[in-house]
Design a protein around this ligand. Structure first.
Ligand code: GLY
Length: 321
């Protein structure tokens, strides 16, 4: 979009006799002392995930390896009922998982509605690295995963089965539980300045079979652009999808917005367009190419974990409501 800012930048560049290049327009401006390596991830379960990611980042490892390794911790944790193994099932009692991953070159891989595989993020990475495609879904995704050596497992834990049975007994025909939203999204920047991101979820509890949220959709649940920064989302996917939340945040940062303000603007846009959605939660986190981080949520209660210099801490996000 040709904005007033672009116009001014173009005019200044022209008056200085400088060719208008991406460099002139690129934000955020580089810092003298960049704040990376860094890893940031959604919710308190991000602390454990960050720890695994930091083992790679702290020894000058690759950001893509760090985000994959980090969110695999959450995927394998049966106590977290919104991601991977132990995730609450859909309305037919099946656990279906969604995930995506992006690297510093803008490559992306995604898997939707994947059954029986504990680590959808790793399947997404294989899709990115081994196929000409970005997204594989359902049966095709499972076949691909098996062809790559992934093992089929029952992902429904006794606790999740019990929760499903309770929901069934209580009617089982209400809309999906809109408070079950604790997706993990993780963003990392390594010592070499490579950004990467991953996002993985079992989606809304008791969702309509086949429902896919924002998490595996590039630009909604996750977006990475090494020239600018990266963003990821958690919360009610339908709202995040309808504003292309993560892409929006990265584009705002490209125009000079701080990560926190860009996340806030995405939330404001959701609230303006869908003001009746007050019962839902949405949270965003972002990092700039300088390693600055920020987050913001629709409602009180969203937190995110930031790890820098080996110090891993939880930050309470600012919120609208
Ligand atoms: N944000 C996760 C989902 O809506 O599926």
């Amino acid at each position: 979009m040709y904005t007033r800012r672009t116009f001014l930048q173009t005019s200044i560049a022209a008056s200085l006799g400088v060719a208008v290049s991406e460099k002139v327009l690129a934000y955020p401006a580089p810092l003298k002392q960049p704040k990376y390596p860094v890893v940031v991830s959604t919710w308190s379960h991000g602390l454990k995930a960050n720890k695994a990611a930091w083992e790679i980042l702290g020894s000058s490892g690759y950001a893509l390896d760090a985000v994959e390794s980090g969110v695999r911790i959450t995927e394998a944790d049966p106590a977290i009922n919104s991601v991977g193994y132990g995730g609450l099932p859909d309305g037919s009692g099946e656990v279906t998982l969604d995930a995506c991953i992006m690297d510093e070159k803008g490559n992306a891989g995604s898997v939707v509605c994947l059954r029986y595989i504990m680590h959808p993020v790793s399947v997404a990475r294989k899709i990115m690295e081994k196929t000409p495609h970005v997204i594989l879904a359902d049966r095709g995704a499972l076949q691909f995963a098996i062809s790559q050596g992934f093992k089929e497992e029952d992902l429904l834990t006794p606790e999740s089965r019990k929760a499903y049975e309770t929901w069934k007994i209580s009617g089982g025909n209400s809309p999906a539980d809109r408070l079950n939203h604790d997706t993990i999204g993780m963003l990392a920047m390594d010592t070499a300045g490579n950004l990467a991101g991953a996002c993985t979820t079992s989606g809304l509890a008791f969702k309509l079979p086949g429902r896919v949220g924002d998490s595996p959709i590039i630009g909604a649940g996750l977006y990475v652009d090494n020239e600018v920064g990266a963003a990821t989302a958690t919360g009610l996917g339908e709202l995040i999808l309808k504003i292309s939340g993560s892409f929006l945040i990265v584009e705002l940062m490209r125009n000079g917005w701080s990560p926190g303000n860009a996340c806030r603007e995405a939330v404001l846009r959701i609230n303006k367009k869908f003001p009746f959605e007050k019962s839902a939660q949405v949270g965003f986190i972002a990092v700039t190419r300088n390693g600055e981080t920020g987050g913001y949520s629709l409602k009180k209660g969203f937190d995110y974990a930031v790890c820098r210099d080996g110090i891993n801490e939880l930050v309470n996000a600012d919120y609208l409501i």
